[in-house]
Design a protein around this ligand. Structure first.
Ligand code: B12
Length: 388
């Protein structure tokens, strides 16, 4: 027979068994809370370790900033948002990337408020938005982006459109007008649905952008979607950080997302102190142009150029182009490998079957592009229009 509970203060007092049950339940709850707290602490340690490894890889591998290196801008944005302490902890490496970046960005916006020139092409909305935010030019219309969204959001959602929806969410959230807020909400819903879709095929880049977009909305209902994207990123980064974090785009899309921030938060970071201008030196260089295909042209320039120490071939070519007496000119397009030469001395290659091959005289093809080649005194380079 079960023991009956005693009457205490007019109420049934719990039996000994019930009392034991209470103690066990309380212990279980306490253990659960401790386990959850430990799990959260471990997750935070893992996140911070991953973020720090990403920052180190990015800072040691991203080329220094120059107006054509939008990938460096992306890396700086990503590192700053993902790990604001980077400025203190990796001061030298960080500053090396920052050279003139802000000034160039503001100058570019001043000359071309929609950053429509080819240098800023490739749909680099990340820079566009950051540029707007950093330079406080909120009045610039991002409305031009909205029609893109309207045309796309009725189609089936491909990962590509998901990236676009993420960027539109951030752009329209940044604008913060009545119409743009509506567009931001609609775009954020697209992003959220794709994240919650168990069969989504988003890679770490798209997951990063998606998380940033949802973070930017500051809408609590997206919290689960944000956490899901972050966990997806962590699992995709496993063992691949050294490879992935070499790309500025990866740093800017992934790091802020892991640190619960978005491109729009760039405005909360105060302007950073400038870096000293590097000393100039004189570089003697010969640059030749050979076009046996379109215009049958051969030209050569022997010059002494004033360039920063350790200048790239790109910087030397800019210096030559800027010399009043030289009629040398060239043009490039941004690519994932940096600026690619498409025009020399007014001759533009036909994209479908030609390129400007760059050789160290007499005929050794360069193994890197003009932004990653460092000429020595008396070097001779040849740009030869070549069919493929
Ligand atoms: C195909 C190819 C080319 C083609 C591209 C044209 C075309 N319609 O396909 C042509 C022949 C033009 C070319 C040229 C050069 N290339 Co190339 N090219 C490649 C290759 C085999 C594949 C690139 C690709 O299609 N990627 C896929 C597409 C989807 O990605 P993408 O980013 O949009 O591709 C574009 C850029 O890669 C760009 N591109 C191609 N090569 C280069 C090189 C540089 C320096 C730049 C800035 C851009 C660039 O053209 C692609 C098409 O638009 C890569 C090797 C590889 N596996 O990556 C080498 C590679 C990128 N090229 C290389 C080099 C060195 C050159 C040249 C500098 C060679 C030279 N001495 O002239 C020139 C560029 C000169 C210039 N004008 O600035 C190196 C770059 C190394 C580096 N870290 O900088 C690579 C990695 C080969 C290697 N391992 O040495 N290339």
């Amino acid at each position: 027979m079960e023991k009956q509970g005693k009457v205490k203060n007019g109420q049934m007092a719990p039996t000994e068994k019930e009392g034991e049950k209470h103690v066990v339940r309380n212990m279980a709850i306490i253990l659960l809370i401790v386990a959850v707290a430990i799990a959260i602490a471990i997750a935070m340690i893992v996140y911070i370790a991953v973020i720090k490894e990403c920052v180190q890889v990015s800072l040691s591998s991203t080329p220094e900033w120059s107006p054509y290196r939008i990938d460096t801008a992306e890396a700086i944005i990503g590192v700053t948002l993902g790990y604001p302490k980077a400025y203190e902890e990796y001061r030298y490496e960080y500053q090396a990337k920052l050279y003139n970046m802000n000034i160039d960005l503001l100058a570019a916006l001043g000359n071309d408020s929609e950053l429509s020139s080819v240098t800023w092409s490739l749909g680099k909305l990340a820079q566009y938005i950051s540029g707007i935010v950093v330079s406080c030019q909120h009045a610039i219309t991002v409305m031009s982006i909205q029609p893109q969204y309207n045309t796309h959001h009725n189609r089936s959602i491909q990962p590509y459109y998901n990236n676009e929806a993420s960027m539109i969410t951030m752009a329209c959230t940044c604008l913060n007008t009545e119409t743009s807020s509506y567009a931001a909400q609609a775009a954020a819903d697209v992003v959220w649905r794709e994240i919650m879709n168990e069969n989504n095929t988003l890679n770490e880049y798209s997951l990063g952008l998606a998380a940033q977009a949802l973070i930017a909305t500051k809408n609590e209902t997206f919290r689960h979607g944000i956490a899901k994207s972050q966990m997806g990123i962590i699992s995709k980064l496993q063992g691949k950080i050294p490879e992935i974090m070499k790309k500025g785009a990866a740093v800017s899309q992934i790091l802020p997302a892991l640190a619960n921030s978005s491109f729009l938060d760039i405005e909360i970071h105060p302007p950073l102190p400038g870096v000293p201008v590097t000393a100039n030196w004189t570089l003697n260089i010969t640059i030749g142009v050979e076009d046996p295909i379109l215009t049958n042209t051969t030209r050569q320039w022997n010059s002494s150029l004033l360039v920063p120490s350790n200048a790239t071939l790109l910087q030397a070519m800019e210096a030559l182009q800027n010399e009043a007496s030289s009629n040398f000119s060239f043009d490039t397009v941004p690519t994932s490998f940096g600026p690619m030469v498409i025009t020399v001395y007014g001759i533009t290659r036909n994209e479908t079957n030609m390129y400007w091959r760059i050789m160290k005289a007499p005929d050794i093809p360069l193994q890197t592009g003009i932004a990653d080649t460092y000429p020595q005194n008396n070097d001779h380079y040849i740009f030869k229009l070549t069919s493929f």
